[in-house]
Design a protein around this ligand. Structure first.
Ligand code: 2BA
Length: 109
């Protein structure tokens, strides 16, 4: 068995959810926050048989978009707090960031 953890933008949550449900997958959504943007995203936790991993990745990929977002980068400075001007930089976010890990043991009690 494999555990898939997929970090998806909020805007894609609905489509990814629908895509997985249509194919009968069970999963859990965990509210998460990106370290750089510090914005909410959503992490799908999906337990599947090894042979289903590719299909799940395909479904997530087909339903998650790449978007550009501005992030404020504060220049390294010795100026007093409140006087430095942030420098907005464009970053590409998504589609999805996916980890696949081996499951040592799975139980439903
Ligand atoms: P954030 O950390 O908010 O990152 C948003 C986007 O900023 C990233 O998009 C990436 O394009 C850029 N970025 C973040 N950290 C960077 C760095 N150290 N250097 C250069 N660019 C950086 P994605 O790569 O699509 O990631 C979307 C979200 O997926 C991330 O949101 C984070 O929540 C998660 N993520 C991405 N890579 C991860 C990793 N290796 N481990 C854990 N979570 C990860």
């Amino acid at each position: 068995m494999k555990l898939i953890m997929a970090i998806v933008q909020h805007k894609d949550q609905r489509k990814v959810t629908d895509g997985l449900l249509e194919r009968g997958y069970q999963f859990t959504n965990i509210a998460s926050t990106g370290g750089l943007l510090r914005e909410g995203n959503v992490t799908f936790v999906i337990g599947v048989d090894e042979g289903q991993v590719d299909e799940v990745i395909q479904v997530i990929g087909a339903n998650s978009k790449t978007r550009e977002q501005l992030v404020n980068v504060f220049p390294p400075t010795i100026e007093p707090i409140g006087t430095c001007i942030p420098n907005p930089v464009k970053v590409q976010v998504g589609g999805a960031t996916i980890f696949v890990v081996d499951v040592e043991r799975f139980a439903k009690l």
